[in-house]
Design a binder for this molecule. Structure first.
Ligand code: NAP
Length: 282
């Protein structure tokens, strides 16, 4: 079990989702994701296509609310407020980055945290830090926990090192790991002697956005490694790669997520888990 397949985790989550969606529909609720998209950025369109396909597989509806890329701040806020008040839409994904005429902070603040499916609002962040159960964590950060749980990797009382402290991944994943009773060390670009820190961990979560920058010198036998990085390959080849040099690390450790096919494969499905949770809350 050296490679921890994200696809396997996503399939298991989808099976569970199908049952939950069926039960909700039997009670008259059709779980629905709203997507707010400005313009037709290729990355947004690709994500939207993937989300629609996965949603269809499990029976979740998708409503896309579009604005021209050049739309104003007021026009975007109006759409966000409309979706906030639309009871048929249970959760919302606002595509980012937003165009430069938009104040992203104000746009995020306009979104109702209870409908914020990817933990982008301050309300969702507060929910993670206060354990209040309000809002949802960022999908990718929570996918890390779901992968570890799926492969029955013990977290309680274990030492976990997180490489990266961004608000999207490093910080929220650290809080989620604490909630699982792990002892968490958060490292960043100013941390000294990273290999020594990672060697001491039972689990290492790597989220630096530095292609193939971490090799076997950073790991030892028995560890689990979750590679969150998604980067262009530095050698000019097509496709994406992680932060970890998987080929040389896989034979050393107990388990590692591949890139692609690891965390990224779960993120999309986890978004749908949030929609179903939001629909259950009503
Ligand atoms: P980010 O905002 O750029 O943050 C990177 C973090 O890594 C920062 O905290 C930075 O430290 C730290 N870091 C950078 N170089 C370092 C080094 N040499 N040693 C130690 N720490 C270092 O990136 P992000 O948004 O968190 O994303 C991280 C990666 O995850 C990217 O590859 C991104 O594409 C990927 N990602 C994947 C998914 C998915 O679904 N799998 C989703 C989102 C993002 P400082 O704070 O000191 O600068």
């Amino acid at each position: 079990m050296a490679l921890l397949s994200g696809k396997e985790v996503a399939e298991a989550l989808k099976e569970q989702l199908k049952k939950e969606v069926e039960a909700l529909k039997a009670k008259g609720t059709n779980p629905t994701l709203g997507i707010i998209r400005m313009g037709e950025e290729p990355g947004d369109l690709a994500y939207e296509k993937g989300a629609k396909k996965s949603a269809e597989e499990v029976g979740i509806g998708v409503n896309v609310f579009t604005l021209p890329r050049e739309a104003s701040q007021d026009e975007l806020i109006k759409v966000i407020q409309k979706v906030n008040g639309d009871k048929s839409v249970h959760g919302v994904l606002l595509f980012q980055p937003l165009p430069k005429q938009i104040d992203a902070f104000k746009a995020r603040a306009a979104l109702d945290p209870s409908k914020d499916m990817d933990g982008i609002t301050d309300g969702s962040m507060a929910g993670i830090y206060s354990d209040s159960g309000k809002g949802f964590p960022p999908c990718t950060a929570e996918s890390v926990i779901k992968i570890l749980k799926h492969f029955k990797v013990e977290l309680s009382g274990k030492n976990v090192v997180v490489l990266g402290r961004s608000t999207v991944i490093g910080k929220p994943v650290s809080m989620l790991l604490l909630k699982e009773n792990a002892t968490v060390t958060v490292c960043h670009s100013k941390t000294k002697d990273l290999p020594k820190k990672t060697q001491e961990a039972d689990v290492v979560v790597v989220a630096m956005g530095r292609a193939w920058s971490v090799g076997k010198e950073s790991f030892r036998a028995g560890q689990y490694v979750i590679d969150v990085g998604v980067n262009a390959k530095p050698n000019g080849e097509k496709g994406t790669c992680g932060d970890v040099r998987t080929e040389e690390v896989e034979p050393v450790v107990a388990g590692i997520t591949p890139v692609p096919g690891g965390v990224g494969s779960v993120t999309n499905t986890n978004l749908l888990c949030h929609v179903v949770e939001a629909a259950k809350k009503g």
